[in-house]
Design a protein around this ligand. Structure first.
Ligand SMILES: Nc1nc2c(c(=O)[nH]1)N[C@H]1C(S)=C(S)[C@@H](COP(=O)(O)O)O[C@H]1N2
Ligand SMILES: [Mo]
Length: 318
């Protein structure tokens, strides 16, 4: 196991990488890979953010757009556990220890299992998928994520016939997450951050259990060591730094729904025809661009996901 893990990050692998790394980052990344090989064996320390992570590009599901600058994707973040300002996560995220880390997959399943994060990262072949992250605040980024379909894990634990929804829970730890401290303004959210999907949404092949981006280990501010990415929904559906995936029979109460139910619904499908009560969703600002672009129905994935919602009133189920 150790050998395979070391191999995944070994320095020689980086040589054939087109990646997104410029030369300086390339050198830093190589150094990180070597440091990893050493500390990994010694004490199971986390692979440093920025360590190379290899994955085969899945062109079939990737958008053809140029990725947002890595620097923007790692400095303009929503991660309220670190603070409500966009630059808080990049500054505070070093507090989060991503090893040891486990993810419990439990609830209405025949074979509940607690995965060690490194076991999870090796459990299925990693893919690179370029998706547009569309935030409910009407901005967006193009991000080459690395992960594998969440459905692969869910099938392994065998949901029972009573399982209808999947609930995701972020780590609760006010020491590592200053935003969770009592008295700290956390945007009105209750901790831990909880999100959810219908089981069919969770099993959809586009739904990605994500452990990296831009050819690298996921940076802490982007939800290390593991987060969800649901590309046809607003960004807040993609819970970061998750420790539990629970199969349940009732629709989970999500963090944003609890905080402001009239503004943030359970479905939160990207939909240019349904406005947020305080702003339009018709257009979005692509980070790094000047002109706004029209927002696409289901963020451009209508062909793949519209059938999940046939017969559902998307104005009512926003
Ligand atoms: N635990 C947790 N997950 C979270 C959030 C958060 O505040 N806490 N913010 C969400 C929102 S609003 C967005 S837009 C995306 C941002 O992901 P990114 O920083 O990787 O772009 O993360 C989502 N996941
Ligand atoms: Mo968001």
């Amino acid at each position: 196991m150790l050998i395979r893990r070391t191999e995944r990050f070994k320095a020689s692998e980086i040589t054939d990488e087109k990646l997104y790394l410029n030369r300086r980052e390339f050198i830093a990344g190589g150094g990180a890979a070597l440091a990893l090989a050493a500390c990994d064996v010694a004490d199971g320390a986390a692979p440093p953010a920025g360590a190379p992570l290899k994955a085969a590009r899945n062109d079939g599901v990737s958008v053809k757009e140029v990725p947002t600058k890595l620097e923007s994707a790692t400095t303009y973040n929503n991660f309220y556990e670190f603070g409500v300002n966009k630059d808080d996560p990049a500054r505070e995220a070093h507090r989060l220890k991503t090893r040891p880390w486990t993810v419990a997959v439990e609830g209405l399943v025949h074979k509940p299992k607690t995965y060690d994060i490194d076991e999870l990262i090796r459990a299925f072949p990693l893919e690179e998928r370029v998706y547009v992250l569309r935030c409910v605040e009407a901005w967006s980024m193009v991000i080459p994520w690395i992960g594998f379909p969440l459905g692969a894990v869910l099938k392994q634990v065998e949901p029972t016939s009573q399982a209808k929804f999947v609930e995701f829970t972020t780590l609760l730890d006010p020491v590592q997450f200053p935003g969770q401290k009592p008295g700290f303004f956390g945007g009105g959210l209750e901790w831990p951050y909880v999100e959810g999907l219908r089981l069919d949404e969770a099993l959809h092949p586009l739904t990605l259990l994500t452990v990296g981006m831009y050819g690298q280990v996921l940076p802490n501010q982007n939800g290390a060591p593991v987060r969800i990415v649901v590309p046809w929904k607003y960004g807040f559906k993609s819970a970061k730094s998750i420790v539990r995936i629970r199969l349940v029979s009732e629709q989970p109460k999500t963090a944003w729904e609890k905080a402001a139910p009239q503004e943030y619904g359970f479905y939160s499908n990207v939909n240019p025809t349904v406005s947020h009560p305080r702003w339009s969703q018709a257009t979005e600002r692509r980070i790094g661009e000047f002109r706004r672009r029209p927002t696409l129905m289901f963020n451009g994935y209508a062909d793949q996901v519209a059938s999940l919602y046939s017969g559902l009133d998307l104005k009512k189920h926003y």
